[in-house]
Design a binder for this molecule. Structure first.
Ligand code: MN
Length: 744
């Protein structure tokens, strides 16, 4: 049995070993403070509670963190488990230490109630986001590691729950921070409780084969060391190890292999002084052993996102046993083992101890990730996302994820719309705050509600940051305040209408109202006013749509009228012309045309070619006056232009059109070619096009299951003559069955 005092002295010795300027007086004071406050509390293993913070501080010291981290580690459970407060600690040990303890306490209060993958990622992100000081999360990881080490004294249910959390949350975080050693230990400890059968199978097998393994490893180690000495590579250290149980477990599981079948059950490390030496060692290793193809990874040239650097290769020795060799410099090794903590230690020499904002660290960690393994990169990017999110707690300790800048209103509506609708006040960390208060990571938010609350105010819509809250507020106005909404919506609609120069009378006329309502998609004007009132539609948008519809209606009416007048005029002209012709020969009348189309009796009117039949000059054509979009020109043989398709009401809209003398150079049209599929068809069709000097603007092919290929071509031609020529040409190609001009 080790006494508490002995444990503490071991801690001091570790600290002295790496930090000569450590504040040992304050550290001892923190230890005594913790011992006094935890008093008679015991751990489940029968030791005084204070052994826990001492052990956590020991792990923190092994990460080589600064004095403040050690002090905070010693005090980390004081606020949570004893009667002392943030203020007590701040007064006695300074604000920084108190802040770190406060951060760890908040992380301790996080409840992991949901076991869904999505929530896990949220929690990991939140832990990062909450730890504005990296030391908070490092201490929390140390805390979890010690708890896992002593998990055997807990109930089976708690063992499973904690192991699951550790595997899902803490081990990935340790990995992201590059704490390789701690990550392995956390995973191995968790596996022990999550899959005890597999764990004992692996460890038993490793133990049974350990003599054989050791012999193998020392033989390889000697072989490599001897060759490195021969090659004059200075200060090389070579050692072997068997991979960790969890790493073996994962590989067995993922690759569905037995332990014997696994590659790299063994891993060797070669540590050297310089990067060029690393590549020299690699050359030597590949010279002695046969490398396995595709297993070489250069994490020196492209470090992993967590700053890990090393060369990895897997080779096969004489006995046919494969093993992995990791080659790196001593400096890389330090960072690989201690991760962010080692890096932090290096910087300590440059800046004042703990002076640099630890948040900086995560940021830089994430910035340093270009050109890394794609999967790793995306994975760590997720962490970066927290910059536009904020994570807060319910009073019960559940995590709520909101957009950055969120307010108590967003929080309330994210819990339930009923909470938002009856909210009368909000508390953050126990203090009353305004509804526009901006929430911070780790805030505990409490909403006060009252049955008599008169519901959200319209200003809330502007304060709320989340679309969820805004839409729920809108919903409320929609439901609860219909009369008010209609009155308010009507007022703002009328003023908007006035603004664009229209009157209500113009809209409510019985011949236009139905199509206006159709255009705005409301069954009645009241419905539209209500929507404007609760904010589902802006008055401006509504008024603009109404104006557009009125313009359409008027334009269509004007065109129909013009067409009727034109027909009358044409009849009159024909009569006059006939009379004139009788007198002398008639000269063709030159008419100004649009796109090479003359619309009988109308000049300068908008013309478009219908997409269904894409007419070209030479085709017989006919025109249709659309509602507001000019005259649409169809081929006379287009199914859409057949008299029996003409709805009675539209009869007046069909008009005569013809090709003018000033047609353009080319017209776009489409062709459909049906073929029995064979190779080279596409080339042959393209060749036919280019012999006829035809531009292809688009080509689409689809093949059918029964061996047909159908080409859809969009081409530009001068007229129907050229089009017929190319259609004949295509038809001559072997396997072509049909060449159509699509219509209808
Ligand atoms: Mn603890």
């Amino acid at each position: 049995m080790v006494t508490v005092e002995e444990r503490y002295e071991h801690l001091e010795k570790t600290i002295r070993g790496y930090n000569i300027s450590a504040d040992l007086n304050q550290i001892r004071a923190a230890y005594e403070y913790a011992r006094e406050h935890h008093g008679e509390q015991m751990r489940r293993d029968g030791t005084p509670f204070v052994t826990h913070p001492i052990n956590v501080a020991q792990i923190v010291a092994e990460m080589r963190l600064d004095s403040e981290s050690i002090i905070a580690a010693l005090l980390h459970d004081c606020v949570e488990d004893t009667d002392c407060t943030y203020e007590d600690i701040a007064k006695r040990f300074g604000v920084t230490v108190a802040d770190i303890v406060d951060g760890v306490t908040k992380l301790t209060r996080v409840k992991y109630s949901t076991m869904e993958e999505e929530q896990m990622e949220n929690l990991r992100k939140m832990l990062f986001a909450m730890s504005r000081d990296i030391r908070v999360i490092l201490i929390k990881i140390a805390d979890r590691l010690h708890n896992m080490r002593t998990m055997e004294y807990q109930t089976p249910a708690k063992q499973k729950k904690k192991s699951f959390e550790t595997m899902e949350i803490y081990a990935p975080i340790a990995h992201r921070l590059g704490l390789a050693k701690i990550k392995w230990e956390l995973e191995d400890l968790s596996l022990q409780y999550l899959d005890p059968v597999a764990y004992s199978e692996i460890t038993k097998k490793l133990a049974a084969d350990s003599v054989q393994h050791d012999q193998f490893m020392s033989r390889i180690q000697e072989e490599i060391s001897a060759r490195l000495a021969e090659e004059n590579i200075p200060h090389a250290t070579v050692y072997g190890r068997v991979k960790h149980p969890y790493s073996i477990y994962r590989k067995m599981y993922l690759q569905e292999k037995t332990m014997e079948e696994l590659y790299d059950l063994f891993a060797f490390r070669a540590l050297v002084d310089t990067v060029p030496d690393c590549y020299n060692v690699l050359g030597v290793i590949h010279d002695i052993y046969k490398p396995i193809l595709g297993r070489f990874k250069d994490y020196i040239a492209t470090p992993k996102p967590n700053m890990y650097q090393s060369l990895h290769t897997t080779v096969i020795g004489e006995e046919g046993i494969p093993f992995e060799v990791q080659i790196r410099t001593y400096d890389m090794h330090a960072i690989n083992e201690y991760g962010v903590a080692a890096h932090w230690k290096y910087k300590q020499g440059i800046k004042k101890e703990g002076g640099e904002g630890a948040y900086e660290w995560i940021r830089r960690l994430l910035e340093n990730q270009e050109d890394t393994d794609a999967e790793e990169f995306i994975h760590s990017l997720k962490v970066d996302l927290f910059s536009d999110e904020v994570f807060v707690f319910t009073p019960r300790g559940d995590v709520v994820n909101l957009p950055a800048g969120a307010t108590p209103i967003d929080f309330a509506y994210s819990i339930h719309s009923a909470i938002g609708n009856t909210m009368v006040g909000a508390k953050v960390n126990g203090r009353m705050v305004g509804f526009d208060y901006q929430l911070h990571n780790g805030d505990v938010v409490e909403i006060n509600t009252a049955k008599s609350a008169h519901g959200p105010s319209r200003d809330w819509m502007k304060i709320a940051k989340s679309s969820e809250a805004r839409s729920k507020i809108r919903q409320w106005f929609k439901r609860e305040r219909r009369e008010e909404n209609i009155a308010q919506g009507r007022a703002s609609f009328e003023s908007e209408l006035k603004h664009i120069g229209l009157t209500m009378a113009q809209i409510t006329a019985s011949d236009v109202l139905p199509s206006i309502l159709k255009r705005v998609s409301f069954p009645s004007l009241d419905e539209m006013y209500a929507a404007i009132g609760y904010g589902g539609l802006t008055a401006q948008k509504a008024a603009n749509r109404v104006r557009d519809e009125l313009l359409h209606i008027n334009r269509a009416a004007a065109m129909v009228k013009a067409a009727e007048e034109a027909a009358a005029r044409a009849a009159q002209e024909a009569k006059e012309a006939k009379a004139a012709q009788e007198a002398k020969s008639n000269l063709p009348r030159k008419v100004k045309s649009e796109k090479g189309i003359v619309v009988e009796g109308l000049s300068n009117c908008l013309v478009k070619f219908s997409k269904c039949c894409t007419p070209v000059p030479g085709d017989e054509i006919v025109g249709f006056i659309t509602r507001g979009y000019g005259v649409s020109v169809h081929r006379k043989d287009c199914p859409n232009a057949q008299p029996d398709h003409h709805v009675e009401a539209n009869q007046g809209r069909w008009i005569k059109v013809s090709w003018s003398d000033d047609i353009r150079d080319s017209y776009s049209t489409s062709l459909e070619v049906v073929c029995k599929d064979r190779s080279g068809l596409l080339v042959d069709i393209s060749t036919a096009m280019s012999t006829c000097k035809i531009n292809v603007n688009g080509m689409n092919v689809h093949t059918t299951a029964d061996g047909f290929a159908i080409f859809h071509l969009t081409i530009s031609v001068a007229d129907s003559k050229q089009l017929e020529q190319v259609m004949r040409k295509i038809h001559q190609i072997s396997n072509v069955m049909k060449v159509n001009r699509p219509a209808g």
